[in-house]
Design a protein around this ligand. Sequence first.
Ligand code: NAP
Length: 303
Amino acid sequence: MYDVLIIGSGPAGLTAAIYTSRAGLKTLVVAGTMWGGQLMLTLEVENFPGFENGILGPDLMAAMRKQAERCGAELILENATSADFKSKPFKVTAGNKVYEAKTVIIATGASSKWLGLESETRLRGRGVSVCATCDAPFFRNKKVLVVGGGDTAMEEALFLSKVVSEVKVIHRRDKLRACKCLQDGAFANPKISFVWNSTVQEILGKDRVEGVKLRNVVSGEESVLPCDAVFLAIGYTPNTSIFKDQIELDPTGYVVAREETRTNIDGVFVAGDAADYRYRQAIAAAGSGCKAALDAEKYLIGT
Ligand code: NAP
């Protein structure tokens, strides 16, 4: 029986594990076969405080994992396949074993959607990005593309416009999905222009992004557009499918958090991108992991 069972091993889950194990709570992290979360897919991280010259995403996660283990957390590299929060102790199944715990912290994160192109995978971190906040400074005064027509795409385009010389938004339709205020901001921005009714067929470049091959979905015409980076903003999928009959999720699948990290089930907490579609930053996830750990500790001592 664990005091705290944490599902997920990104910045939220590992920070929670550091706090709960240091508090003397018996802690298990169900870390997943691909442990470490989204930063494992990132090269340089320049905005995580404490690293003057930046740090590689996988190095940052390896350090967090070692720190959690040194503090006493137990990690298993299995995926959680089901959860039962209907009775106590809570039960989580991972790798054909059922683990029992007095509290659970859900820190399963969210995954960016990708186009599914071979060239996109090959050039990830070499000009292909899913995070303007993280990677815009690498493309100062360069020409970049944003793919998507939702709120995230407009926010990414507006953010990038402060740093790069030119942003072209590639959208598959001729109307944006984004809210009016973001649309208005993007249309009024002289650095942002739009390529309508177009999809990215291929990202071009050998070792770094040099352009994209586009297809106009109305005319069928193909064209090449040179650029230095492609920022994908076609949505996110919260990794919460195993909780769908167990806990309150919003219509898009994010865990509904109340009072910071509490869920609708007493003793089950949430941290990081599984509940946060707004900030989506490693440092914000780490901060919420800390809060969830403190909330779980308070719950266990009955305050
Ligand atoms: P989203 O609303 O699902 O928009 C995704 C966009 O990408 C859509 O324009 C979609 O095109 C396009 N798209 C999806 N798959 C594609 C593909 N395979 N190829 C090309 N284009 C593709 O996602 P989001 O913008 O990340 O927003 C998610 C949620 O978070 C929304 O509820 C949003 O309101 C919220 N959010 C809010 C804020 C804010 O309030 N400031 C900021 C960010 C996000 P179609 O339009 O044709 O479907």
